[in-house]
Design a protein around this ligand. Structure first.
Ligand code: PHE
Length: 488
């Protein structure tokens, strides 16, 4: 509509001198007219020159008085024509602002006699303010003095109006030609590409915002945890081997070869290569002996330990396999205390349900030093978990083949209003540490938890398959916040 009107008008006239007047005359919305001018200008159908005009518009207060009348007139009309009215009674009849402004303006105009009693001094008044406001609202010009007084009373403000004057441009035509934006196969086949007019490239157009670089919630929580370990002075262990031998994953950890966790129902064993090629022979002998007959004050398990079972390759079932390799390496050097951590993937041959996957991530921390106690473990756990925003902890005695004593860790979840299990911990057994070659008074305290559990709590996800795996909604990853504070 606006486009036809503009191009049509320019066909017969030199120029549109003011887009505002043009729009008003034709009953068009000025914004629409401006948009069309910009678009026609872009294709050089028209030339356009900016016009700026300072205009006055009513403030909210000004608009109110334009309909309801000025405060001074409202006040005047509330005073009885004959006699007088007590000031406090008059005050009750009017809004507080109207009363206040009305008193001062009507007093200044000498319309009323002010005192404890208020009475009229004139019989009739004219609402000049209201009339002026209505004229401004209609876009009429008013006297300079009137502008100043309305402005001083904050009833009008200045606004810059922007419009255009428009004339024919170099590509002017009474009707816009459709320009082609793409060269199609059909254009080539029909040969009409020769006649087509193509839209010019707009190298100034903004491109699509680049999408990418969204971190998965697990990565973000992993980073938070890694930072906590680093702040506590822990070193990261190398976890870059998913495939491990049963020896390092189980035997070294004093986990008997008949233990149900070593069953193929719980562990993924490798078919190819099904066994490890190399184990440290002297150490294997010590591990075998501690399983069969104990030593170091232990009776052992009293069974026939089989090398073939220890050789079997598997996908590591816990990151404690990494810890056992690192501790063995540590025991071979002159003793120095260490704090180690790891965060990486582990695998379990489990039925997948809303809280279990066959692969997940474990977080593990350990401290190795002389004379450590269970009290040290509890203290370190409080320090670690309170940095995650979990400061209410409880411990429950538990069993692991490789730790004694062992404790499950529970944290009070404010949101859920209950205690939730968040991890497992303990002190590594002498049957594990002494064959490695540690001095007798060296103790290792350790704990482990899944990365998925705190992440699900943090992100309010209740089905693990919404967090990890091929069914994950990418939108979740794009939308979730960059970081979060506190776990509960
Ligand atoms: N490895 C244990 C698990 O899989 C966690 C743990 C680590 C327990 C260290 C005690 C000490 O759950």
């Amino acid at each position: 509509m606006a486009e036809e009107a503009i191009l049509g008008f320019l066909e017969k006239n030199e120029q549109i001198s003011d887009s505002g007047n043009f729009a008003a005359e034709l009953g068009l919305d000025h914004n629409d007219v401006v948009n069309v001018i910009k678009s026609l200008h872009g294709f050089r159908y028209v030339d356009a020159q900016d016009i700026k005009r300072e205009t006055w518009v009513l403030t909210d207060e000004g608009r109110k008085y334009a309909t309801e009348g000025s405060p001074e007139v409202q006040l005047f009309l509330a005073v009885p024509p004959e006699g007088s009215i007590p000031k406090d009674e008059l005050q009750k009849k009017l809004a507080p602002a109207v009363f206040k402004i009305g008193c001062s303006q009507a007093g200044k105009n000498r319309w009323v006699e002010m005192g404890k009693q208020i009475s009229r001094k004139v019989q009739q008044v004219e609402d000049k303010v209201k009339d002026l406001l209505l004229r401004v609202e209609d876009g009429h010009a008013i006297e300079k003095d009137d502008i100043n007084s309305l402005k001083a009373r904050k009833l009008i403000v200045q606004q810059t109006w922007k419009g255009y004057s428009v004339s024919k441009g170099p590509n002017y035509a009474p009707k816009r030609k459709k320009v082609a934006t793409d060269l199609t196969r059909e254009n080539l086949q029909r040969g009409d590409w020769k006649e087509l007019e193509f839209k010019e490239y707009n190298f100034n157009a903004k491109g699509q915002p680049a999408e990418g670089g969204h971190l998965h919630p697990l990565l973000k929580v992993r980073k938070q945890l890694k930072d906590i370990f680093l702040q506590m002075g822990f070193e990261e262990m190398p976890t870059n081997n998913f495939v491990e031998s049963s020896f390092w994953n189980f035997d070294v950890l004093f986990q008997p070869q008949q233990h149900p966790a070593r069953d193929s129902h719980d562990t993924f064993f490798l078919e190819e290569p099904s066994t490890t090629r190399k184990l440290p022979e002297a150490y294997v002998e010590l591990v075998k002996r501690v399983h069969e007959s104990g030593g170091y004050g232990s009776r052992g398990y009293g069974y026939d330990w089989k090398r073939e079972e220890a050789n079997k390759n598997l996908l590591r079932t816990h990151t404690t396999a990494v810890s056992s390799r690192m501790l063995k390496a540590l025991a071979e050097k002159p003793f120095a205390p260490k704090k180690y951590f790891s965060i990486d993937r582990v695998f379990r041959n489990e039925a997948v349900d809303r809280t279990h996957l066959a692969e997940f991530h474990q977080i593990e921390g350990l401290v190795c030093d002389r004379g450590l106690t269970l009290g040290d473990l509890i203290g370190v756990l409080h320090d670690f978990f309170s940095r995650l925003g979990m400061s209410k902890l409880r411990f429950k005695p538990a069993y692991n083949p490789y730790t004694e004593p062992s404790m499950e860790i529970f944290s009070y979840h404010e949101g859920l209003g209950k205690w939730v299990e968040i991890g497992n911990s303990g002190m590594f057994r002498p049957e594990m540490l002494l064959p490695m070659g540690f001095p007798e008074d060296v103790r290792v305290i350790a704990w482990g938890l899944s990365l998925e559990r705190p992440t699900m709590i943090l992100y309010g996800i209740d089905n693990i398959r919404d967090l990890f795996g091929h069914k994950v909604d990418l939108g979740l990853i794009k939308r979730n916040p960059i970081c979060s504070l506190g776990m509960d």
